[in-house]
Design a protein around this ligand. Structure first.
Ligand SMILES: [Fe+2]
Ligand SMILES: [Fe+2]
Length: 465
C-alpha cells in the first residue's frame, strides 16, 4: 500500500507512469471542486474521521482528527483473487476480464460515469447542512459521508482513466463540471438534482438513496470485469455507514416525535409530525426506485449475459447463474389497467434488484415501527407502493395512489399534497433547523443516538469548531 504517495493507492500506481500522471493532473481539479462544492464553512475544522490506512479489515477503519481537504483521497481496491472467473451469464467459468470487453465498452463506461456522477452530486446536495447540525455527533457523520463520497468519485475516475483512454479522461473531467440541481449542467440522475437542504431530507436520502447505491454496487461487485468488481467491493464497506446514518437518524426522529406526541401537540412542541416524516419517506423512496431503471430492460439482459452486472449476492443466493430459461411475472399497464405479464428473467433484472432493495427498506420501516410500538403508539409508518410517484420505467407515464391503484392525473394532483412534502412542510421542517454545536447537546426535534462512534461517548467533541 502506497499510503504517502501524492495519490494514496494500493494499485501500484507508481508502476504505471502514464496513469499516475493523468490522475495527478486530475487531482488539483478535484481539490478545487471539493473546496468550491464540499461542506460550506468547515474546511479548516478538525473532524474525527475514519480514514483508510489499509484495505485489510482493521486498516480501513482508522479514526483520527483530520481537516477534510487533507483526507486521504485515493484509490483502494479489494485485493485481487487469484484465478477469478466470470461468475454468471453466457461466459460463466471463463477467466475474469482484466480489460474492458470491446463490444461493451460504451455501455460499461456509461455505467461507471452514471455511478461516478452520483458521488460528487450528493456532496453538492448536502453542502449547506453543516450549518444546521442537530449535534456534533451528527455533524461528524455528515462529513464522514461526504469525504467517502468524494473518495468513491476517485474510485470511478480511476476506472475511467485506467481503462477507457481518452474518452475516459474526458468523462472524468465532466464529473467535476456538472452540478446538482443546475438547470444548465445538471447531474445525470434526477434523485441527485433534488434539494437536500434539511436534516430530515439528509436522513431519508442516506436511508433510501444511498441504499440504492448499495444494490448497484453489489451487482457490480459480482462483475466479471475484475477491476470494477474489486473497486465496488471496497466501496461497499464504506456505504454501510451511510445507510446506518440514515436508518438510525430517521429512527431517532421517530423516537423523539413519539415522545412529544405523549406530551401534547408535536408542532407546538417543536417536533416533526409523523405525517411529515411519512411524506419524506414517500418522496425519497419513490425517487430512489427510479434509480434501478426500467422494469423491462434489454440492457440488463445484455449486461447479465456478458457477465458484467450480476444479481444481488449472485454467488451466495443462486444456484443457476445463467438465468436464461426462467421467466418473471410483473404488473404492467395496458389500456389504463394493471395486467400481469411474463418476461424473460434476464430482461427483468432491474426489477429483481429493485425487489431486493425494497425488502431491505422494509427492515428499516420495521425498526421505526418498533420504536412507535414501544412508545405505546398505534400509528405506523410504511413504504408507498412501488408504482407510486415514479418518473422512470413502466409506471412513469401513469398515475397511481399511494397504494398503487391506477388513478387519473387530476386525481393524483388533487391528493398530491397528502403524499409528497409540500412547500409548507419543507418550510416547517427548515424552521426547526438550528445548529446545536455544544458537545453532548442535541436539537429538540431528534433523540440522541444510542451510542457514539467507535467507542466514544455521545458527548465526545467529534468536530472542533
Ligand atoms: Fe458512494
Ligand atoms: Fe454513500
Amino acid at each position: 500500500m502506497n499510503l504517502y504517495d501524492r495519490i494514496p493507492n494500493n494499485v501500484n500506481l507508481s508502476e504505471d507512469k502514464k496513469l499516475q500522471r493523468a490522475l495527478e493532473k486530475w487531482l488539483p481539479n478535484y481539490i478545487n471542486w471539493w473546496r468550491e462544492m464540499g461542506p460550506d464553512g468547515f474546511q479548516e475544522k478538525d473532524v474525527w474521521l475514519r480514514t483508510a490506512v489499509d484495505v485489510g479489515s482493521e486498516g480501513w477503519a482508522h479514526f483520527d482528527y483530520v481537516k477534510m481537504p487533507d483526507y486521504r483521497w485515493g484509490i483502494f481496491l479489494e485485493p485481487a483473487e487469484p484465478d477469478a472467473k466470470v461468475g454468471f451469464g453466457d461466459n460463466q467459468g471463463r477467466p475474469a476480464y482484466q480489460e474492458v470487453p470491446g463490444e461493451f465498452r460504451n455501455a460499461l463506461r456509461r455505467i461507471i460515469v452514471t455511478q461516478g456522477d452520483t458521488e460528487p452530486a450528493s456532496v453538492e446536495q448536502q453542502r449547506q447542512l453543516g450549518k444546521t447540525c442537530p449535534s456534533l455527533y451528527d455533524l461528524r457523520n455528515l462529513f464522514q459521508v461526504n469525504v467517502e463520497e468524494g473518495r468513491h468519485l476517485w474510485a470511478m475516475v480511476y476506472l475511467l482513466h485506467g481503462y477507457f483512454g481518452r474518452d475516459g479522461r474526458d468523462e472524468a473531467d465532466a464529473l467535476l463540471e456538472r452540478r446538482s440541481g443546475n438547470p444548465d449542467k445538471p447531474r445525470i440522475l434526477e434523485a441527485f438534482n433534488q434539494p437536500c437542504d434539511d436534516w430530515l431530507n439528509f436522513f431519508a436520502f442516506t436511508m433510501f438513496t444511498d441504499r440504492d447505491g448499495k444494490y448497484q454496487l453489489s451487482a457490480l461487485a459480482e462483475s466479471g470485469f475484475e477491476p470494477l468488481a474489486r473497486t465496488c467491493q471496497f466501496m461497499l464497506t464504506e456505504e454501510a455507514h451511510h445507510m446506518f446514518v440514515g436508518d438510525t437518524g430517521l429512527g431517532r426522529v421517530v423516537r423523539r416525535t413519539a415522545q412529544l406526541m405523549k406530551e401534547g401537540d408535536v408542532r407546538e412542541l417543536g417536533g416533526i409530525p409523523l405525517e411529515i416524516i411519512q411524506k419524506y419517506i414517500n418522496f425519497w423512496f419513490s425517487y430512489s426506485l427510479d434509480l434501478f431503471g426500467g422494469e423491462i430492460s434489454s440492457n440488463s439482459a445484455d449486461f447479465f449475459a456478458a457477465g458484467l452486472k450480476g444479481r444481488y449476492k449472485e454467488q451466495e443466493q443462486y444456484v443457476d447463474h445463467s438465468a436464461a430459461n426462467e421467466n418473471f411475472t410483473m404488473q404492467v399497464v395496458e389500456d389504463g389497467q394493471l395486467r400481469s405479464r411474463e418476461v424473460p428473467l434476464r430482461n427483468a433484472l432491474n426489477e429483481v434488484l429493485r425487489t431486493e432493495y425494497i425488502k431491505d427498506c422494509e427492515k428499516g420501516l420495521a425498526r421505526w415501527n418498533k420504536v412507535l410500538n414501544e412508545a405505546g403508539m398505534s400509528e405506523r409508518l410504511y413504504l408507498p407502493n412501488p408504482r407510486f410517484h415514479r418518473h422512470v420505467g413502466e409506471y412513469a407515464d401513469h398515475s397511481f395512489d399511494i397504494h398503487g391503484n391506477p388513478i387519473s392525473k387530476e386525481e393524483f394532483e388533487k391528493h398530491k399534497s397528502e403524499w409528497i412534502p409540500t412547500l409548507k412542510d419543507r418550510e416547517y421542517v427548515r424552521s426547526l433547523m438550528h445548529p446545536v454545536t455544544e458537545p453532548g447537546k442535541i436539537a429538540n426535534w431528534i433523540a440522541p443516538p444510542a451510542a457514539g462512534i467507535k467507542g466514544k461517548p455521545f458527548e465526545f467533541e467529534y468536530v472542533r469548531l
